[in-house]
Ligand binder design. Structure first.
Ligand code: ZN
Length: 460
């Protein structure tokens, strides 16, 4: 099997974890993990696994989990968090307010925002991140995102996303931020050939991701699907996020959003949608039958008053469900562990009598969405679980913190139900990503200063 190794000829041993959660059904007290060349070889009680390795770490008092997987984001939006004109409006107005600001971004903005957003995600438990980038003003390219992520050792999936339906053609974005469709398809092929790595353990993957039904033409949607399937890469778009969008699809295409995507070949196990809030029972069933996945973004759905996604019915229908913090202009945080908590809490509201019906998810199911669920949504069989044969992507949180005091009878539920915490340590492919709540190899203070300077320059 063709695999990528971040740690050739090296072994890692994690010992004495208060509890090690494998996400394949085991919660191991006094847990240990042994990895070779960045791949897990043994998981079990500390006494049952090898006692010596090149790198040995005692994690007494910590909970250990697989690294979290973020399945929807727009990292560039970290530059426009809490934007004054866009704090109290719904999606379409929010977009109309921000498009002209984003249109001023340069490659430097994209690189710096990418790096800042990835650091924020890593400190909150993410080891794999998908970013849905669809806006390429002033010469910005997918190359800038990979450059921004350089040296961070996170598994980074990026879309060569697109917008082609400008205002003058009946779309939502101003004409100044849409691109020519021929160029979009050519540049997408280029991005895949330069950056996509299909191997197990890959650090870089490319996704084909037209932005949404109201920003690209049906022709571009359909041609993007053909391109993605020819190249063997995954497909993603925003879908059924708001009632405005549903109305747009009915008026322009004669279908509700899910039905519209079905006419374009945009369903199947290689496809996932973001949000998917406004769906009926039959659409949920059809997504489940097709194997189409979804990225649940609870905070964004609350912030923009978009609505409540039917997570219980999705899970019951077999729809792969992952979690996304979504763009930081609609969250406005990129804290993935906090998003796990939001997913649970919003689901409780969704199933409360008189508001909605469906199964209530548990803290463990919320964690599943952020790990195995996200891995499935991104089409990865090498991450999301701590078991032999999987990549050594893991996080550790010190339970001896004020926010967990009084919750140690169930530390697994505590990391979801109690105040969201930063992770103390994280590894990707056996290599340290976060140590003692600090990002390895990054001057975070300098990065924040530069990011703030660029945000000021952008917002004016
Ligand atoms: Zn989004």
């Amino acid at each position: 099997m063709n695999t990528v190794s971040l740690m050739p000829m090296s072994t890692l041993l994690i010992r004495n974890a208060h509890v090690l959660v494998t996400m394949d059904g085991r919660e191991i007290d006094n847990g240990g993990l042994y990895a070779r060349d960045g791949w897990i070889e043994n998981v079990g009680p500390t006494d049952d696994i090898p006692a010596v390795a090149d790198e040995m770490i005692d994690l007494s008092g910590h909970i250990v989990l697989p690294g979290l997987v973020n399945t929807h984001h727009h990292l560039y939006q970290t530059l426009t968090r809490a934007f004054p004109g866009a704090q109290d409006v719904g999606l379409f107005e929010w977009l109309r307010t921000l498009y002209p600001v984003w249109a001023r971004m340069t490659p430097d903005h994209v690189r710096t925002a990418t790096r800042l957003g990835l650091v924020e995600l890593a400190l909150s438990g993410a080891t794999t991140v998908f970013d849905h980038q669809y806006l390429w003003p002033n010469g910005a390219r997918i190359d800038d995102q990979f450059e921004g992520a350089d040296g961070l050792d996170m598994r980074f999936h990026v879309s060569r996303g697109s917008m082609s339906l400008g205002e003058s053609e009946g779309g939502l974005p101003p004409d100044s931020v849409v691109e020519d469709e021929g160029f979009i398809l050519d540049d997408t092929r280029r991005a895949i050939s330069e950056y996509h790595d299909a191997r197990r353990g890959a650090m870089r993957r490319v996704v084909v991701a037209p932005c949404s039904p109201f920003t690209v033409t049906p022709q571009l949607m359909a041609e993007s699907a053909v391109l993605a399937r020819d190249a063997g890469v995954r497909m993603h778009t925003h879908l059924a996020e708001t009632e405005d969008e549903e109305q747009f699809c009915l008026e322009n295409f004669g279908h509700r959003p899910v039905g519209y995507m079905e006419t374009l070949g945009w369903t199947g196990p290689d496809v996932w949608y973001a949000h998917s809030v406004h769906v009926g029972d039959d659409e949920v069933r059809r997504m489940g039958e097709a194997g189409t996945g979804m990225a649940h973004c609870p905070t964004s759905n609350m912030r923009l008053a978009s609505g409540l996604a039917p997570i219980g019915p999705y899970l019951a229908a077999g729809v792969p469900v992952g979690l996304g913090v979504d763009g930081s202009a609609s969250n406005d945080s990129s804290h993935l562990l906090a998003e796990v908590r939001q997913a649970l809490l919003l689901n409780r509201l969704a199933v409360s009598p008189g508001i909605g019906e469906g199964a209530q998810i548990t803290a463990r199911q919320a964690l599943e969405m952020a790990t195995v669920g996200g891995a499935r949504v991104l089409g990865r069989e090498d991450i999301g679980v701590l078991a032999p044969g999987y990549a050594a992507d893991l996080i550790a949180i010190d339970l001896n913190r004020v926010e967990f005091a009084g919750a140690l009878h169930d530390p697994v539920a505590a990391v979801v139900l109690c105040s969201p915490s930063a992770v103390d340590h994280a590894w990707v492919g056996g290599r340290p990503l976060v140590q003692n709540r600090e990002m390895v190899g990054v001057d975070t203070g300098r990065l924040i200063t530069r990011h703030n300077m660029l945000a000021r320059d952008l917002v004016g």
